[in-house]
Design a protein around this ligand. Structure first.
Ligand code: ZN
Length: 700
């Protein structure tokens, strides 16, 4: 076979259009990616030598060469998540380091950086969208140290290497410390209150840990610090002494002995500070916020403080309600509730208040009905029509559906795949929206063409069994709405420059706006009733369930908000004001912040920072606040519909079109505050979030 023939035979080399999933096999990955990488390295070298500082001479060819690699590699990444196999994993592992090397080379290219700078000098010739893309490109290049030279550059690179290594060690040590601890229960008196699902899981964990005869009924039972074991134990165990033991183990995880993360925390914080200062920032928080919507640390502080003031009293009342309830149940600990009692008593109170089981709702939410209700909502709000297009695109599994999105005039504007069901053997857990194709207007051989966006919506719900359709829990319905919200932003974009179309080039702390916005509609009465119909009888969801869902939404919300504020503020404080080696240790910083954000203070030996992987081993450093930041925006956006009148179809259609034409359409082409103001007519406000959380009186 000649090289040319091999090239044509490999479906991962097509480089455009929908992926031919039916033909792609793991053995295609290594030859295709090797060939594409060689090609893009050559093209990059050529571009570095010949680029002219114009949009067409630099940014367009740069985009095209990135697209060349992304088209092939993104398919591999997608299949890793939905059609995993040992062969694919092996191929992915072989090529991933090479792919990363290419992106590092591109991001640190001095020649390209010089080109961006020259282009920036004539920015007036560029469109607003192009300017924003160029600014982001320049900024990203600077943040990876491209502007540094000599010893400074060497030091910067050494810090990057060490930080990457420290992050990996941090999360490995959390894993190892978690693995090393377990509570083996052998006496039936020790399992009082535990639900059957936890007992089954704990017996299985015991069998895997050298108790081959363990059974759910007779034990032994092995409880661990993994969330799926720890959380239900804390919620249901009637043995207060064991709850305390497990709780204390949890808060001192990875804080002593061979897996002690404390020295790593100190080192990470001081390296981040040094790195930020090399790049010209005062501290790491300033660096982190440089690429976010939040303008500065003071703005984040102000948001956190306003949420704190609104939720603190409510959290005190939550604790008092738990005490009162425990007293009524005759609990000896009622007047001395400790940290290890809170989950237990919240669960008891929740059961007493909203006596229903999540399983009971499933028959009312068959997938087909939920999709019908969701598509109908999209039609009412945004004027788009969604129709089945199965068979028009190759799929990676027979259960995967394909849909077309049309605008008011009936023109197709986007497509999406829906991979709804759980397939544990080959599919990752969780739910997500991914890009298959991005909207892109570009010239090909002198002719302008438009590539329509195509999204992947992936969930993990119960598959149909026998003649029963897929029946969803309410949480799964919310998840589908959430991912669909991300999908809408990807699909309803009107931006033609692909680097700013859809979700691309949107600041990290606003990406959750459309997704959380869509979740609100699950609590909108007529929308929920249009989704919720019994799969056998067609009966609507009974009113009492709707009322309980509404009430459960705000249960203990003051406490929940306060906990997020503690995490957000500790993160911000450690990256903005903490002085490595100074008068306060990181744990003392935590204690100081807990004084204003925790109704029950942490124990003196609490070392939760040692397992706070989000900020020490993940991407959330000086960014944990983003959860709340985006929630303020999404709640405030939904409030625009409430103000217009949720039962007034004409009014919500009008506001819906405005949401579509701003938040959903403009993508990363404009600053997020400008986009939000274009929709809302003013800056965001926390009132709606507080009202939805039950912390303010309901709207009149
Ligand atoms: Zn999301």
């Amino acid at each position: 076979m000649t090289a040319t023939a091999a090239k044509i035979d490999n479906p991962l080399l097509i480089g455009r259009g929908l992926p031919p999933f039916g033909q792609i096999q793991p053995e295609h990955v290594v030859p295709a990616i090797t060939q594409v990488l060689a090609e893009v390295h050559d093209r990059l070298t050529h571009l570095e030598e010949t680029a002219t500082p114009t949009w067409e001479g630099l940014m367009v060819p740069l985009q095209r060469l990135q697209d060349r690699l992304s088209w092939s590699w993104d398919i591999v990444e997608h299949l890793m998540a939905v059609k995993n196999s040992p062969e694919l994993r092996q191929a992915h592992e072989t090529m991933q380091p090479e792919v990363i090397k290419f992106w590092v080379r591109l991001s640190q290219s001095q020649a390209l950086y010089a080109g961006y700078q020259e282009l920036a000098e004539q920015r007036d010739r560029l469109s607003e969208t192009q300017q924003r893309i160029l600014d982001a490109t320049l900024r990203d290049a600077e943040l990876v140290g491209v502007g540094l030279t000599g010893a400074t550059r060497e030091r910067f690179n050494a810090i990057q290497m060490e930080l990457a290594d420290l992050g990996t060690r941090f999360s490995n040590q959390v894993l190892d410390a978690t693995k090393a601890y377990s509570l083996i229960l052998t006496d039936p008196a020790e399992i009082a209150g535990l639900p059957p699902s936890l007992l089954a899981q704990a017996a299985q964990a015991a069998r895997e840990a050298g108790h081959p005869d363990a059974t759910a009924a007779a034990g032994p039972w092995r409880i661990t610090l993994d969330m799926p074991s720890f959380m239900p134990f804390m919620q249901h165990s009637q043995r207060r002494d064991l709850r305390e033991t497990l709780y204390r183990a949890m808060i001192t995880r990875a804080a002593t002995g061979e897996w002690d993360n404390q020295p790593l925390i100190d080192r990470i914080l001081s390296l981040r500070l040094e790195m930020a200062q090399i790049l010209g920032f005062d501290n790491y928080a300033d660096l982190s916020l440089f690429r976010k919507m939040a303008p500065n640390v003071a703005a984040v502080d102000a948001l956190l403080e306003s949420l704190r003031q609104a939720s603190y009293e409510a959290a005190i009342a939550d604790l008092e309600a738990l005490r009162q309830f425990a007293r009524e149940q005759g609990a000896v600990e009622a007047d001395d509730l400790q940290n290890w009692d809170l989950s237990f008593w919240s669960e008891r109170l929740r059961e007493a208040k909203f006596a229903f089981n999540t399983e009971e709702l499933r028959p009312y939410f068959p997938l087909e009905q939920v999709l019908k209700g969701l598509f109908d909502l999209a039609h009412r709000l945004f004027g788009v029509t969604i129709v089945a297009a199965d068979g028009q695109a190759p799929v990676w599994h027979p259960d995967v559906r394909y849909f077309q999105v049309k605008d008011e005039s009936g023109q197709p504007i986007a497509y999406f795949y829906l991979d709804a069901y759980s397939r544990p053997a080959e599919k990752r857990g969780g739910a997500w929206m991914g890009f298959c194709l991005n909207r892109d207007r570009h010239q090909e051989n002198g002719v302008w063409t438009l590539q329509l966006p195509v999204a992947y919506l992936v969930c993990n719900q119960t598959p149909p069994v026998d003649d029963k359709p897929s029946l969803m829990t309410f949480r799964e319905v919310e998840t589908l709405f959430h991912e669909f919200g991300h999908g809408l932003q990807h699909m309803l974009t009107t931006v033609d420059e692909t680097a700013a179309a859809g979700i691309r080039n949107i600041e990290w702390d606003v990406v959750e706006l459309p997704s959380q916005f869509m979740e609100n509609w699950c609590y909108h009465r007529s929308t929920l009733l249009s989704l919720g119909k019994h799969y056998q009888t067609g009966d609507p969801l009974p009113e009492h369930y709707y009322q309980k869902l509404l009430a459960a939404r705000t249960f203990m919300s003051g406490t929940a908000i306060l906990r997020q504020l503690l995490y957000s503020w500790v993160d911000l404080e450690l990256h903005a004001r903490y002085v490595p080696g100074g008068p306060e240790t990181p744990h003392q910083v935590r204690d100081r912040i807990a004084q204003k954000t925790a109704v029950l203070p942490p124990l003196p030996e609490d070392r939760f920072l040692c397992s706070f992987g989000h900020i020490f081993a993940g991407g959330y450093a000086a960014g944990y606040y983003s959860y709340k930041w985006a929630e303020v925006l999404s709640a405030d956006a939904f409030a625009a519909f409430e103000e217009a009148g949720l039962e007034d179809e004409g009014a919500i259609a009008q506001v819906g079109r405005r949401f579509r034409d701003t938040v959903l359409a403009l993508g990363g082409s404009k600053p997020p505050m400008e986009v939000f103001q274009a929709f809302r007519g003013r800056e965001p406000d926390t009132t709606a979030l507080l009202r939805h959380s039950g912390l303010l009186p309901a709207a009149a």
